[in-house]
Design a binder for this molecule. Structure first.
Ligand code: PRX
Length: 579
């Protein structure tokens, strides 16, 4: 079914959009002007200064964060408190020994101290490297070692995962444990957050920082090899601020809620940097997904702008549109989604449930900020990711890396380098970083097309990376975990389409001599992967097969496994081993 265009009339809005004419804004775009709005003092090009101290100086009593605990405890923090707590942590971590550009890993629950510590590390000159708290010990060790990390900040419930790999982390200098509201207990050879914060001053002179100094590292999966650490610099904040203003449409009085976990890039770029650089109050909800609970959070805090993800929207759709209607969520004025394709049904369902369509947008870890979006003032074509952000050239290119200007032709989605939040390297893997640039383009790894009016339409990934519930999973990481089990001779991992999570991780396994296929073994292998990798990364399905299709050079042909799974033509199999 084709969905009609949703027309936008900005005169209907109670809050006039910050971007009311995309073309005009694009024609007159200037990054310099954006930067001037931030009034950044010399040598303080620091994300923590721009997000926290700048607002504490102007508007100290304004709420920066409303924290809503999983048990419904509420804590409010003003920009002034945020400045003081992050200063204290900057003093504490400096005393512990942090040097400029040290990598500090965050592996914690969603608690207020996580945010204070992140900004404290940035003030002290360190690099924050967030990790998803549902990871098992193996992904933590791989990422930490790839970045030669120095510190890990964690919570008591996650500490055992780190202790189990501690001896495998040669560069680790200290573990800091945050016990939020719970009594500190003896935890062994670690530093306790509240202890090291105790006598620290509330003042801290932010280390001299330059726009090109390192700030944030996020790990992202590829087709081959282990995850790569995409490294970003303080300058990225220009993009976070600009997209916060023009895509998230943040206004001074907004109450904003980004549902993404702070262990993923959306949880930092849009859970922290975009709202706080715009001086907006942000909700941090500690709990997990529940349709009713999420609506209660919106209602309780009068959330106005809401940024979420397609898997969550599909789950909300399952819970029906009567529930949100019955809860009278009048405060909501604007809803967005990112991370996976948003089905047109989801866009339109927003209108039934909230009287608001859902605005899809596109970006990735490497781009650091939103590149393509449906803006509040732009008519929505349901199923499209929207149009390029002003100041950014996004294109469809052919296999010779030449732009395709004809409309509706599928090709590779590419972005012209030079935007402020572009990643600056893959940590310790400059060669792989360089391989992402071809001709005059950064190659995103996605396939898409552009229609005659410059709307972009996502087609699929150009590689074997799996997108499960908005989280990218590298098949190699899962295959490696599987073959560590004695029963597994070989493994090939693909994304299998799923109506809710978009894709689930499915593994094809051939067994070693002496092992028999059984449901019990299947369960054991899934359990083995869950322990090592965590529940979001482990396979949900395992199928035993006698041999895996391989190229003559011995590479597993995941493409073929996927085609067979989907009942699709197998394509070019000329390099297949047994042909
Ligand atoms: O394949 C695209 C998909 O998610 C990838 C980026 O994932 P990650 O690096 O984890 O960044 C998360 C921050 C968004 C993209 O290369 N993706 C993201 N947004 C969309 C999308 N696919 C379709 N539609 C989207 N709106």
């Amino acid at each position: 079914m084709d969905y009609p265009e949703i027309n936008k009339n900005i005169d209907d809005y109670a809050t006039s959009p910050n971007l009311n004419d995309l073309k005009q804004r694009t024609d007159n775009w200037s990054w310099e002007q954006i930067e001037n709005e931030l009034e950044i003092p010399n040598k303080k090009f620091n994300q923590a200064y721009i997000c926290v101290d700048r607002h504490a100086e102007k508007n100290p009593e304004k709420l920066a964060m409303i924290w809503h605990g999983a048990n419904d405890a509420i804590e409010n923090y003003t920009f002034q408190q945020f400045r003081e707590e992050s200063n204290k942590f900057a003093n504490a971590i400096t005393k512990v020994g942090l040097q400029k550009s040290d990598r500090v890993f965050f592996f914690t629950d969603r608690i207020p101290e996580l945010y204070f510590a992140c900004f404290g590390v940035l003030k002290a000159g360190g690099i924050i490297a967030p990790l998803f708290s549902a990871f098992g010990p193996e992904p933590v060790a791989e990422r930490f070692n790839r970045a030669e990390g120095e510190y890990i900040i964690t919570t008591p419930n996650l500490l055992s995962k780190i202790e189990s790999i501690r001896s495998e982390l040669p560069s680790l200098k200290a573990i800091i444990v945050i016990s939020h509201r719970s009594k500190q207990s003896e935890l062994g050879n670690v530093l306790q957050y509240h202890e090291i914060m105790k006598d620290m001053s509330k003042d801290f002179e932010i280390v001299n920082s330059d726009r090109e100094d390192w700030a944030v590292m996020h790990f992202t999966s590829g087709t081959t090899g282990l995850p790569k650490g995409a490294a970003h610099v303080h300058n990225a904040l220009i993009s976070h601020y600009a997209t916060g203003k023009y895509v998230l449409d943040l206004h001074e009085d907004d109450i904003y809620w980004c549902t993404a976990d702070p262990g993923w890039v959306t949880g930092t770029s849009y859970g922290m940097f975009a709202p706080w650089s715009n001086g907006v109050t942000s909700i941090i909800y500690e709990g997990g997904f529940s349709a009713r609970k999420w609506y209660e959070v919106i209602k309780k805090h009068n959330v106005t702008v809401w940024y979420t993800a397609p898997t969550a929207i599909r789950l909300l759709m399952k819970a029906g549109s009567e529930l949100p209607k019955s809860m009278d969520l009048q405060s909501l004025r604007y809803i967005m989604s990112v991370g996976e394709p948003l089905n047109p049904e989801g866009v339109v369902w927003g209108e039934a449930a909230f009287n608001l369509p859902i605005h899809d947008n596109w970006w990735q870890t490497e781009t650091g900020a939103i590149m393509v979006a449906n803006y509040p003032s732009l008519n929505i074509r349901p199923g499209s990711m929207g149009k390029a952000f002003p100041g950014i050239k996004v294109a469809i290119i052919d296999d010779n890396f030449k732009e395709i200007t004809e409309p509706d032709v599928e090709g590779q989605l590419a972005v012209k380098p030079g935007w402020p939040s572009m990643f600056r390297t893959y940590w310790n893997d400059e060669e792989r970083y360089q391989s992402r640039f071809k001709g005059e383009w950064y190659i995103t790894g996605d396939r898409a097309k552009k229609d005659i009016d410059d709307y972009f339409w996502f087609i699929g990934r150009d590689d074997d990376v799996i997108n499960t519930a908005g989280h990218l999973v590298g098949p190699f990481e899962v295959e490696s975990a599987l073959i560590e089990h004695e029963a597994v001779a070989e493994a090939g991992v693909i994304g299998k389409p799923d109506p809710v999570a978009m894709e689930i991780v499915k593994a094809f396994v051939s067994l070693s001599e002496g092992f028999e296929q059984s449901d019990e073994l299947r369960r054991e292998l899934i359990g083995h992967c869950r322990n090592k990798l965590g529940p979001g990364t482990a396979p949900r399905e395992i199928e035993f097969i006698d041999t895996l299709p391989k190229t003559r050079s011995g590479k597993i042909m995941r493409r073929l496994l996927k085609a067979r799974e989907l009942g699709l033509p197998e394509g070019d199999t000329s390099t297949l081993e047994d042909d």
